[in-house]
Design a protein around this ligand. Sequence first.
Ligand SMILES: [Mg+2]
Length: 210
Amino acid sequence: MPQKYKHKSTEQIQENSSSFLLGFFVNYLRPSAYVTSIQEIDLDLLKKQGIKLIICDLDNTLVPHFTKFPTKKAKDFVDKVKEKEFNFILVSNNTSKRVSFFAEKLNLKNYISNAKKPFPKEIKKTIEKIGVKPQETVIIGDMLITDILVANFIHTESILVQPLIDPEKTMNKILLFVEKFIFKKLTKDNLIVKSEIIKKTIYNEDYEIL
Ligand SMILES: [Mg+2]
């Protein structure tokens, strides 16, 4: 049984937070769902929730950072996504050389390299080109300050996954500190709870996203 997604009401949050920063965390850095790995994502459930396009981060989400070839797990996930007839886009801030190699090996037509997440321009352009609405799109990734932030900028749904290998080995120390700090804060305030269920329209109901 998936754990019920709990979140506090706006009043409770405002009561506990006098800081502008917490408001920012809530609005922009909170994922719609949080799972241990992409294998845990229930694609049928995503379909039922109206998702048509999956945008998936490459490094430490689909494959471990520094991995040179797609893993079996990555290939199985992509095959399942295709079988269920989702649109799928591989996205990464990494180089065109690396991303196009993985796209080719996984038989993916669409990919975005040098995506410059969390800046929304590239991803937004691609969503518009495909012709789906942001609320029919989910961005899956392992980092709050890139993957989840860009999702909330564009108003898509988002799923945070645990990084495949220890981020201590992949991220610079300052980014890692910020990422850990935000994660801890969201967890502490019960704003991030493990769940495969996408808590839809959280921002429309309770929080305002600019
Ligand atoms: Mg990543």
